[in-house]
Design a protein around this ligand. Structure first.
Ligand code: LLP
Length: 430
């Protein structure tokens, strides 16, 4: 559920009319709802707390990659949320937003020496190690610093899942994590080093996962591994269960519920006495944001249907540079008119202004009549939306707005053309 509703026929973000917002900040623009972020976090918090016996004092570490806006992170920080990060930049963002180091997990398949050193310096909660090569580098870096950071080994359970082949991470040929046997060996290697403190295992098998079954299977693998490691004399106190839970993009009701998800995790971890960590990105942020856009014009194609005649292209001022997900993953985002006109539904192809055929959001969407100047919103755009945006075609980076009740703030501004040129100093010989 989200807090984007109609009041007197016009779509609002909480108490703020999107028409007024578009007038004030222009389009395209991302708009986020504080109430929705809060609701999603609170639902997961309550679900985890309901299983304290099995999950311990579980950490919810928001996957910063999904939405790294400082105000979004600060909103979550105030609720007690932690951060799952994959770069020095993300760690810095989390810290700047007020998330303490002890609630920051550092994941990622390719952390540089400098990033590992930085993570140790700021005292992150745990570093999730993804390979033997990384483990050896980390030992050397920690030794040089005279420290012993907490680490988890990221396991590749050979179970991939997710809404698209390109967002599956747990499969045998995916680049992430280490196979079970190797993970057991790496844990022993870490335990033997005075410069590491192995605390547990981590696993993340994919994103937009619509069934709990593959996650449950992967978590069972972790459970077995905990028993093996303990039998080998090692201490294991934490399990990082990753993110990945699917969210409704179509208004569908078949997504796994947060309560069922937490109950499943508790079932698998029951009796282990470990502390769980969750790394949700999409779950917290996707339906907490929309991309507001204006119709530039409607291009009606003439000619025979076989030759594309009759097609109606809704040309928007948002392009794939602003919202990459449809071009990258054939992702579905609902498009809704901010103030729908009366009239019969008709089929539109939703396209942006970018000079590429991939700049198409959807084909044959049935929508009420739309005209140049009308406002529309892509729903479910709060995760992996603004973070993936670029200035392709020299379009200024899309801004972000955060709404809280009746108030709103521009939380990432749209650069001016001068701002853009200032980042590109001319070579001194030109
Ligand atoms: N933890 C790790 C280690 C991850 O790699 C990810 C996402 C998450 C947590 C959060 O997953 P979530 O709860 O959001 O599913 N850009 C793609 C999604 C890429 C996900 C990458 N990893 C998209 O727009 O669908």
């Amino acid at each position: 559920m989200h807090h984007f509703d109609r009041i007197d026929g016009a779509l609002h973000a909480e108490g703020v009319p999107l028409e007024a917002l578009a007038g004030a900040v222009g389009t395209p623009a991302y708009v986020y709802s504080t109430a929705t972020l809060t609701r999603h976090y609170s639902l997961l918090r309550a679900a985890a707390d309901a299983h304290r016996g099995a999950l311990g004092d579980a950490l919810i570490a928001f996957a910063v990659k999904a939405n790294s806006n400082l105000s979004v992170l600060a909103t979550l920080a105030r609720l007690g949320c932690g951060a799952d990060t994959v770069s020095e930049g993300e760690i810095r963002r989390a810290l700047k937003a007020g998330i303490p180091g002890e609630r920051i997990i550092f994941s990622g398949v390719g952390k540089t020496d400098a990033e590992l050193a930085f993570a140790i310096e700021v005292g992150v909660r745990q570093i999730n190690v993804e390979s033997g090569a990384e483990l050896e580098r980390l030992i050397a870096i920690a030794a040089a610093k005279g420290s012993a950071p907490a680490i988890a080994i990221r396991v590749n359970p050979k179970i991939g899942a997710g809404g698209h082949a390109k967002i599956t991470t747990g499969g045998a040929t995916d680049k992430f994590g280490v196979p079970v046997e190797e993970a057991i060996d790496l844990y022993a290697r870490a335990s033997a080093s005075p410069h590491l403190t192995p605390v547990g295992l981590a696993c993340h098998i994919g994103s937009q996962i619509m069934s709990l079954a593959p996650m449950e299977a992967a978590f069972h693998t972790l459970r077995e591994m905990v028993l093996t490691l303990r039998a080998n004399g090692h201490s294991v106190t934490r399990l990082d269960l990753g993110g990945g839970l699917g969210v409704p993009y179509h208004g569908q009701t078949d997504t796994p519920s947060i309560a069922d998800y937490a109950a499943m995790c508790a079932r698998v971890l029951e009796g282990l006495g470990v502390e769980a960590a969750f790394e949700p990105g999409r779950l917290l942020a996707a339906n907490a944001g929309l991309l507001l856009s204006r119709v530039i014009q409607v291009n009606q194609r003439t000619g025979s249907p076989e030759e594309g005649g009759g097609r109606r292209f809704l040309v928007l001022d948002a392009g794939m540079n602003d919202l990459m997900r449809p071009a990258l993953y054939d992702a579905f985002h609902d498009l809704v008119p901010v103030r729908p006109r009366e009239g019969e539904l008709r089929a539109y192809d939703l396209v942006g202004p970018i000079c590429e055929s991939t700049d198409i959001f959807a084909r044959d969407r049935m929508l009420p009549p739309l005209e140049a100047g009308d406002l529309v919103a892509f729903m479910g755009a709060g995760a992996y939306g603004a973070v993936l945006a670029s200035e392709y075609n020299s379009r200024p980076l899309v801004p972000e707005v955060l709404v809280d009740g009746d108030r709103w703030a521009m939380v990432r501004s749209r650069p001016s053309y001068e701002d853009m040129w200032a980042r590109e100093p001319r070579a001194d010989w030109l």
